[in-house]
Write a protein that binds this ligand. Structure first.
Ligand code: HEM
Length: 135
C-alpha cells in the first residue's frame, strides 16, 4: 500500500485549486444545457444557438479538465479525478454527436446522467483530498 501525506506542497495545492475551479466551471456550463434546451423546446428557437454554443464550452472545459487532472496526478494528488474526467469527456463527446444527429432518445437521458455526474464530481473535488508520498 502506498504512503499518504496530509500536507501537499504549494504547487500541488495550487494545482488542486485550478482543478476545483475548472470542475466547478464545467458544472455551471453543463447545468445551463438543459435550461437552454428547455427554452428551445418551449418555442424560443434562439435557445438552440445558445445550447450549441454551450456544447462547445462544455467540451473545451471537459478536455481542459483532463489535462489539469493529469497534472494533479503528477504532483501526487488524487488519481480518481483523471479517470472521472476522461469518462465525462467521452460521454460528452457522444452527447455532442447525439445532439448533432437529433437522437433525443439517447441525448436526453445521457444529458441527465452527465449533469448529475458533473455535479457529484464538483462536490467530491471540493472535499479534502489524499496526497501520495510516491507517484
Ligand atoms: C439534460 C441535458 C440536455 C438536454 C435535455 C438536451 C436537449 C437537446 C435538444 C432538445 C436538442 C435539439 C435537438 C433537435 O432539435 O434535433 C439538442 C441539441 C444539441 N445538443 Fe443537447 N441537451 C442536453 C445536454 C447537452 C450537452 C451536455 C451537450 C454537449 C456536450 C449537448 C450538445 C448538443 C448539440 C451539439 C446539439 C445540436 C445543436 C444544433 O443542431 O445546432 N447537449 N439538445
Amino acid at each position: 500500500m502506498s504512503e499518504t501525506l496530509t500536507s501537499p506542497s504549494r504547487t500541488a495545492h495550487g494545482t488542486l485549486v485550478v482543478n476545483r475551479v475548472l470542475v466547478s466551471a464545467h458544472a455551471v456550463a453543463i447545468i445551463g444545457q438543459p435550461v437552454f434546451a428547455g427554452g428551445y423546446l418551449g418555442g424560443d428557437y434562439d435557445m438552440l444557438w445558445l445550447h450549441r454554443w454551450g456544447a462547445d464550452a462544455v467540451s473545451y472545459l471537459a478536455y481542459a479538465q483532463i489535462l489539469a487532472a493529469l497534472v494533479l496526478w503528477l504532483v501526487r494528488g488524487p488519481r480518481w479525478l483523471f479517470w472521472i474526467s476522461l469518462l465525462l469527456a467521452l460521454g460528452e463527446t457522444g452527447q455532442y454527436l447525439a445532439g448533432m444527429k437529433g437522437a433525443l432518445d439517447l441525448h436526453v437521458p445521457l444529458g441527465v446522467a452527465l449533469v448529475t455526474a458533473t455535479v457529484l464530481t464538483t462536490v467530491a473535488v471540493w472535499r479534502p483530498q489524499t496526497w501520495r508520498a510516491d507517484r
